[in-house]
Every structure is written in C-alpha cells, then in structure tokens.
Design a protein around this ligand. Structure first.
Ligand SMILES: Cc1cc2nc3c(=O)[nH]c(=O)nc-3n(C[C@H](O)[C@H](O)[C@H](O)COP(=O)(O)OP(=O)(O)OC[C@H]3O[C@@H](n4cnc5c(N)ncnc54)[C@H](O)[C@@H]3O)c2cc1C
Length: 448
C-alpha cells in the first residue's frame, strides 16, 4: 500500500490548487483523477473556442497553477477512479495507480455535474448538456449540430453561444428560463465581481453581433424526432433543430463524502445536499476535507480558494507551521470565499428550472435514463406509498444503472418533493455503497 501525507481526489481547480499549496509546503501529495489529464471541467481544454479574453481570471489563475503542478513532486494518478474509502484510505482503480493509498489527510474535490430537468424527448440523440456541447467544441473542434438551439439558464448558455458563433456555427435562438428580476439580485455584488461582468458583456457582444434571438421563455421544452432530434417545441414556437443544448446549473458530487460518513446540510442555493464543513473546509470526519463544487456549487473561483484553504488546513493538521504571510492569506481566502458564496447563491437561484418542469410531467417521460424508468411508473410507486429515493430504488431500479443515480437522483428528489408534498430537506440522497463509480470486477476481487 502506498502511503502519503495528503491524498486529493479530483484534479479540477479545487484539487489542483490544493495539490500545489500542499506540495509547496513540502507535503507528500497524491492527486487522483479519473480523467486522462488534470484540470477538471474547465482547465483541461480551454481550446481554441475560448480566446484569451473569454476565459476570466479564475481560469487564467487555474492554468498558472496547473503549469506549476507539473514542476512539483506531486504523484499524479491519471485515469484513476477512487471508488471506495475507509477513513483516509482510498481504494483506487487505474492503469498506474496502487490499488490503495493510505493518507494522513484527505481532500475530496470531486466537482459537480450538470442538472437538466426531464422533459418530453430529452433522451433523443441530439439533445445534450451545455457542458457536453462546450466539450465537443473545446476538445474536438466539433460543433454540436448544424442548427443549434440553446436553452436553460445561467452563464454557461452565453459562453456556449459565443463559442458556437465564433466557430461559424448557427444558433437558432437562446431560450433563457431565468427571470430578469433574478439577475437584479446580483447587482449589489456585481461591483465586486467585475471580472464576471466583463466576461458576460463579452459574450453578449458576440450574440448581439450575430443578431441571435434571445428570448426569456419559461415554458417546458419538448424535443421531437424519429430516432434523432428534428424539432423543439418551446411555447408557441417550433424550431427545426438538429441540436438542443440545455442546462440548469450544477449539482455537487457528494458520493465519496457520503461513503466517508460525513454529515450533510441542505443548502438549496448551493446545489442541495452538501457536506457540513467549517470555514477551513474541514468535514466532521477526522482529517477529511471537502473543496470545490462538491462542497457547494459556486464556480471555478470559489473552487480555487477552497482548494487552497483545505490544503492549508490539512497542512496545519499535519504539523506544517504557517508563516505570517500564510496567516494573512488565510484570512483573505476566507473573506473572498464568503463573497463567492454570496454570488453563487444568486446565480444558482437564477438557474433554477421553472416549476412547470415537474408540475407538468407526462407519464411517458423517462426519469431514470439508465433503467428507462418513466414518470408514470414513479407516480404509481408514489401512490403505493414510496416516500424516499431508496424506496423508489427498491421498487423501480432507479439509480441502479451506470450513473448510479447521479443523473436521476436530483431529478427524483425534485419530483418527490413536489408530488409527495414533502420539502426537499426531507428527501435524503440515494444511499451510497462502494464502488461509487463503475470499476472492473478484477479490481473488486483484488481489494478482497
Ligand atoms: C463547459 C464548462 C464551462 C465552464 N466555464 C466556467 C467559467 O468560465 N468560469 C467558471 O467559474 N466556471 C465555469 N464552469 C464551472 C467550473 O468548471 C466548475 O466550477 C469548476 O470546474 C469546479 O472545480 P472543481 O475542482 O470543484 O471540480 P471539477 O472541475 O469538476 O473537477 C472535479 C474532478 O474530479 C474528478 N473526479 C470526480 N470523482 C472522481 C472519482 N471518484 N475518482 C477520481 N476522480 C474523480 C473528475 O474527473 C474531475 O476532473 C464551467 C463548467 C463547464 C462544464
């Protein structure tokens, strides 16, 4: 078994910031990520579709840290899944990783996933998330379609529209489901977040230049097509589209933290269930820290601050003495994090899907994509008395497929809350057991 001072799961902005901070202070660090390259959702492939002025300060800073990571003696385990843990000991599955790492401290920085509420036809090929479409452009230089409709809420829509247009693609329209009043709540904060404002302005200039229609539209979308997306109905309008890119913000990846036995709190405007942490990113489990989207959805800037905070706290816990400038930096990090969290709450509030997505569900709409479970079946189970996600799982197999409930979990939580007359706080996430992600049977056998 490999032994290190600090193991970090997730090499996105939070994990990279944590690894660099800890390695600079002489700790032996292992950084684990299932992706082939470090950087997470946003640092890995800024690609040609994101010119310098379309990146923002957080991404620039993250890339500087990523470059420094390569010069530090950090053990980087690529294409490696952390699939179980006991205390601060991780079970790994990867081409070059040991099968276990025992760390004196552990930072979980597993990020978040995009949220899309179900709607008729959302499983048709041609319908994809905003992030998925952005990835296609950034990583492979491929547009998601020839006639693209962008829908949902939040800045990812604007960034994608700008990328498509700058790569000579056609955006039929942008359908924004947020309310203009939601954005007014951000105004008191925007003065201190000028970088974000500059970025948004840049995206809007590209959209305005192309005369792309921008509509506030809160109706439930309907995707239609025979085996592939052909049209999208949005209220009174029908768009002939071969690509619908849709997203309503992110939800935190908390599965490893659940496995660690961490306590959770429900913070609706930070993505739902998140670990109970203190201002140093300490969970209630000894030597286990959480940083980035998995500790509350809030963007790359928040993730970078939290990675650094967690690493400083973990270092202190392991006996590293902080210098005077570290103490000042700690206070600064904590203040900036609070500012980012205030902004995140406004942003996540604006990104919430309209209630109609859950109110107007039709029987045929698939809720669990892996097991093809439809709303009609879920409604029946609710009538028979199911009141929890695990109850639905036992009855209908929801959450038992490849994604292990990562996609349908937040969807079903919303449905249960609205249809069974419960608050979302009353609905716990799916119970989690190892492996948290699919691994080869041989790896399970090795682990005994
Ligand atoms: C297309 C796109 C564009 C974006 N643009 C911006 C932007 O311009 N500005 C901004 O502020 N935010 C942006 N965001 C959001 C931003 O990406 C996130 O806020 C940020 O990446 C969060 O960093 P993180 O380190 O918490 O998580 P992530 O970047 O998601 O990194 C988490 C990492 O953990 C790894 N991982 C998860 N579970 C495991 C496991 N069990 N074993 C091993 N590895 C695991 C994943 O592979 C991933 O690399 C964008 C997101 C997307 C999808």
């Amino acid at each position: 078994m490999r032994r290190v001072d600090l193991a970090i799961v997730g090499a996105g902005p939070a994990g990279v910031a944590a690894a660099v901070t800890a390695a600079r202070r002489g700790l032996r660090v292992a950084l684990i990520d299932e992706a082939p390259t470090p950087g997470g959702q946003v640092l890995t492939n800024p690609g040609t579709s994101r010119p310098h002025d379309a990146r923002g300060q957080a991404i620039e800073r993250g890339q500087t840290l990523l470059a420094e990571l390569g010069r530090l003696p950090v053990e980087l385990y690529r294409e490696t899944i952390a699939w179980a843990l006991e205390g601060t000991c991780l079970a790994l599955s990867g081409p070059e990783s040991p099968s276990e790492i025992e760390a004196a401290a552990l930072i979980i920085a597993t990020g978040g996933r995009e949220y899309v509420p179900p709607f008729p036809g959302w499983t048709l090929p041609g319908v994809m998330t905003l992030g998925g479409a952005q990835r296609l452009i950034d990583k492979h230089g491929v547009l998601p379609g020839r006639s693209i409709l962008i829908a949902g809420a939040g800045p990812l829509m604007w960034a994608l529209a700008a990328s498509v247009l700058e790569n000579d693609g056609e955006v039929l329209a942008i359908l924004d489901a947020s309310r203009p009043a939601d954005w007014a709540r951000a105004l008191p904060l925007i003065g201190t977040l000028q970088d974000r404002l500059r970025l948004a302005w840049r995206y809007f200039k590209v959209m305005r230049g192309s005369r792309t229609p921008y509509l506030f539209a809160r109706g439930v979308l309907q995707a239609r097509g025979d085996g592939y997306l052909e049209a999208v109905l949005a209220g009174e309008r029908t768009y002939t589209a071969d690509s619908l890119c849709v997203g309503f913000g992110f939800r935190p990846n908390i599965e490893l933290l659940q496995l660690a036995g961490c306590g959770f709190v429900f913070e609706r405007w930070l993505g739902g269930w998140i670990p109970a942490i203190d201002e140093h990113m300490r969970t209630d489990q000894p030597a286990i820290y959480a940083a980035g989207e998995c500790s509350g959805v809030g963007g790359a800037a928040k993730a970078l601050l939290e990675g650094e905070l967690a690493a400083l706290a973990a270092g202190t816990g392991l006996g590293v003495r902080l210098e005077a400038h570290d103490e000042d930096r700690l206070e600064w990090l904590k203040r900036r994090r609070q500012r980012e969290i205030r902004f995140a709450r406004v942003l996540n509030h604006a990104c919430r899907p309209p209630r109609a997505y859950t109110d107007d569900l039709v029987d045929e709409t698939i809720l669990c994509r892996c097991e093809s479970v439809r709303y009609g079946q879920v409604e029946q189970a609710l009538q028979h008395g199911a009141t929890s996600l695990d109850g639905l799982k036992n009855e209908l197999r929801v959450g038992q497929g490849m994604c292990q409930g990562r996609t349908c979990g937040p969807v079903l939580q919303q449905v249960l809350a609205q249809k069974a007359g419960q608050t979302r706080e009353q609905i716990l996430p799916f119970h989690v057991r190892p492996p948290v992600k699919p691994v080869e049977l041989g790896k399970l056998q090795e682990a005994g």
